[in-house]
Design a protein around this ligand. Structure first.
Ligand code: PLP
Length: 402
């Protein structure tokens, strides 16, 4: 009996398990402080899904209960036309032309980010920005791939830049970024597209936080960049956009013209290859959820989800304002629900985590959990309650102003 030995090389403890452990230990030693703890580390949304989305899901469920409108397996398994057309219309609203048949509806961005690597050879060199969302690293380590890192640091504003002295075949980019909250502007993203074309590489672009972009000049899709249709796959999700973390729906866009030439000269369509993979291992997203997802992109839905997005953005603004007052360097907070701050006084990530937990009962996420460049940094999120965010910020100010 053999197992995939690569799994044994993965980091043993997932970041959030370590955090939970530390919190539980603190509560065990300080039971009276249990209710005083404010969690600013959560990467999950907290506001409910919009009313018109709830209605659409209900209507979809009711259709399933009537013989005439009941739906079994979806023919294509790539998403119903009504949803793909709604997504294409959404892209159009910010000036990006995508054909509905280039869209595949999924159960979320995480699965597609992880599974997309199935269609690429294990010999490929994978470039991942550091720090990064752990899924990119883990899903490639599972296949034993060579990973190289592009540094996101204070020097480049946590927007990694391509280095032409190294070659990569697959490139993961995430903007607005988790964990750093930083965003690529058009020129920065164009530099990556140029690098990908020069290396005959493919960019896997994670746009999960696209809906948080506030500044009009910041690209909301990699397909806003010239040349990207020949070198990029975009993966997106309704999780953060519309509170779908528990509903499960996302989509992946693969342009028709995205092709690779294999070692023996065969031209292969990436869209067809991914279709083949999904056709064998994935059977689509439930009909009521797709009804709800389509409602997100309706005029009414977009108005309603905006209310939640504005709520989170205001939380982010409150956190950022306090850091400005304290003179602490940070990225994010403007086009992103995340604020990525430099730990004060040269403290390490976990040291700062302990300080906040023990002294003021505020929990954040140590940057070191996202890669080597995360050491010395700390992530706060805006997904909490307004009152708690204000209270946490007041405690942080009081602690660090001394
Ligand atoms: C939350 C998140 C996702 C979304 O994952 P889902 O599976 O759609 O819930 C994708 N990428 C990043 C970077 C995220 O933070």
């Amino acid at each position: 009996m053999y197992i995939n030995e690569n799994y044994l090389k993965l980091e043993k403890n997932y970041l959030f398990i370590n955090i939970a452990k530390k919190i539980n230990e603190y509560i065990k030693n300080n039971p009276d402080k249990k209710d005083n703890i404010i969690r600013m580390g959560i990467g999950d949304v907290t506001l409910p899904i919009a009313p018109c989305v709830v209605e659409a899901v209900k209507k979809g469920a009711e259709e399933m209960g009537v013989k005439e409108t009941f739906k079994g397996y979806e023919d294509s398994g790539t998403g119903y036309d009504f949803l793909k057309e709604a997504i294409a219309g959404y892209y159009k609203s910010f000036g990006v032309e995508i054909s509905p048949d280039e869209i595949r509806v999924s159960d979320g961005a995480k699965s597609d980010c992880g599974n997309i690597v199935d269609i690429f050879g294990d010999q490929n060199i994978v470039l991942i920005t550091d720090p990064a969302y752990p899924v990119y690293v883990d899903s490639n380590k599972m296949n034993g791939r060579n990973i190289i890192y592009a540094d996101s640091t204070k020097e480049n504003g946590f927007c990694a830049v391509p280095d032409y002295s190294v070659h990569a075949d697959l490139i993961y980019l995430c903007s607005p970024n988790n964990p750093t909250g930083s965003v690529f502007n058009k020129d920065e993203l164009k530099a990556w597209v140029d690098y990908a074309i020069a290396n005959k590489a493919i960019i896997i672009y994670d746009a999960a936080y696209e809906a948080f972009i506030a500044e009009p000049d910041i690209p909301r899709s990699i397909f806003a960049i010239e040349g990207s249709r020949k070198c990029a796959i975009e993966i997106c999700s309704l999780s953060k956009t519309a509170g779908f973390t528990g509903m499960r729906c996302g989509y992946t866009v693969i342009p028709k013209e995205l092709e690779v030439v294999t070692a023996n000269g065969t031209v292969v369509s990436i869209s067809q290859l991914w279709g083949r993979r999904q056709g064998s291992k994935f059977n689509g997203v439930s009909y009521p959820v797709q009804c709800g997802a389509a409602a997100v992109f309706s005029d009414e839905g977009r108005e309603q989800i905006k209310v939640n997005l504005e709520y989170y953005k205001e939380n982010a603004r409150i956190i950022a304002e306090a850091l400005d007052e304290l003179g602490i360097y940070y990225t994010g907070g403007k086009n992103s629900p995340y604020i990525w701050l430099e730990c004060p006084n040269g403290m390490g990530s976990w040291e700062f985590f302990d300080l906040l937990l023990n002294e003021i009962n505020v929990v954040g996420t140590p940057g070191a959990g996202f890669g080597k460049n995360g050491e010395g940094y700390f992530r706060l999120t805006s997904f909490g309650d307004r009152d708690k965010t204000i209270e946490a910020v007041a405690r942080i100010k009081k602690l660090l102003q001394k």
